[in-house]
Design a protein around this ligand. Structure first.
Ligand SMILES: Nc1nc2c(ncn2[C@@H]2O[C@H](COP(=O)(O)OP(=O)(O)OP(=O)(O)O)[C@@H](O)[C@H]2O)c(=O)[nH]1
Ligand SMILES: [Mg+2]
Length: 291
């Protein structure tokens, strides 16, 4: 049964053909082939359906999920929340030419597992670079790749499709893909994929904590520069007065320099404390000299 509004997420390693597959699905150049560290969302009307496609950023082909940057993992998780209430299918992109080894399967599985175990029943493996198959059928190709690819396909309920992104005029490849997505929805009792709220909440909490830390850092930096500017102003003024009146004053020039350079090694806390001291005692003490 045709679904009027389909939501699709494209997952895969870098340069696997995610953007190209998005463009072939939507039938025009919606996705830029330039790499993005963030998810990209595009829409279009295809074969009487309104389609939303999200491209999640990719990981390095051989990189186990444990070595992937935290920000990348967060983006992958957030990709499924960009098409609420959730995608009908997650397309796991694999170029046909990829020699499928165990470490590659582990990397793919690890990144896909970030979305939780339930995602596998909504996952379809989408082979790109279909043109490089030439006379070989996709079934022959799967067989030739051996156990590792078969294990991944088993995890996806043996759902797969092959795309040739170089041949956009072949609409049947997209119609067949949309039908396979609709079959997947039917296999899931008409339901889309919904990520576990706890996974999303964990990511949102991490993001909020990071934002708070960044704000605090900016605040401390602005206080530090204010304090340093004030300190420099006081120091230059005292130096000027020392030279002008040709007296040693309270600080000799040497003492003055060492005191002045010392603040460069201060920690933000020392600077904050000194700012208070400067703005009360010091300012009062030298008020007359500065005038
Ligand atoms: N021959 C051929 N080339 C393809 C096919 N699909 C993608 N490509 C090429 O593969 C390269 C990478 O494709 P992209 O769509 O940018 O891959 P991506 O996964 O979005 O890449 P990143 O977003 O940078 O990780 C591009 O040069 C595409 O033209 C295909 O079916 N056949
Ligand atoms: Mg891309």
């Amino acid at each position: 049964m045709a679904v009027a509004r389909l939501r699709i997420v494209l997952m895969g390693y870098k340069l696997s053909g995610k953007s190209s597959a998005g463009n072939t699905i939507l039938g025009r150049e919606e996705f830029d082939l330039k790499r993005s560290a963030q998810c990209v969302r595009r829409h279009g009307e295809v074969a009487d359906r309104h389609i939303t496609v999200i491209e999640a950023p990719g990981w390095w082909i051989n990189e186990p999920v444990a070595f992937s940057p935290e920000l990348l993992k967060q983006e992958i998780v957030l990709s499924v929340s960009l098409c609420p209430p959730g995608p009908h299918a997650v397309l796991l992109i694999i170029p046909v030419e990829t020699r499928f080894k165990d470490y590659l399967r582990k990397a793919l599985q690890g990144h896909q597992d970030l979305l939780g175990e339930r995602v596998w029943s909504h996952t379809i493996v989408l082979f790109t670079h279909g043109d490089s198959l030439l006379d070989t059928s996709i079934e022959q190709h799967i067989e030739s790749e051996g156990q590792d690819l078969q294990r991944l396909l088993d995890k996806c309920g043996n759902r797969y499709h092959v795309l040739n992104n170089q041949n956009r005029s072949d609409h049947t490849q997209i119609e067949e893909l949309l039908e396979k997505i609709e079959e997947t929805v039917a296999q899931n009792n008409g339901c889309h994929f919904e990520i576990d709220r706890k996974i999303l909440q964990r990511i949102n909490n991490k993001r909020r904590a990071k934002e708070r830390m960044q704000q605090e850092r900016v605040h401390i930096r602005s206080q530090t520069s204010e304090c340093v500017s004030f300190h420099c102003f006081v120091s230059i003024t005292i130096l000027y007065r020392c030279i002008r009146t040709n007296i040693n004053g309270i600080f000799s020039t040497n003492t003055y320099y060492s005191a002045n350079l010392d603040f460069l090694r201060w920690t933000p806390i020392q600077i904050q404390l000194s700012r208070r001291v400067i703005s009360t005692d010091f300012r009062e003490h030298y008020k007359n000299q500065l005038c």
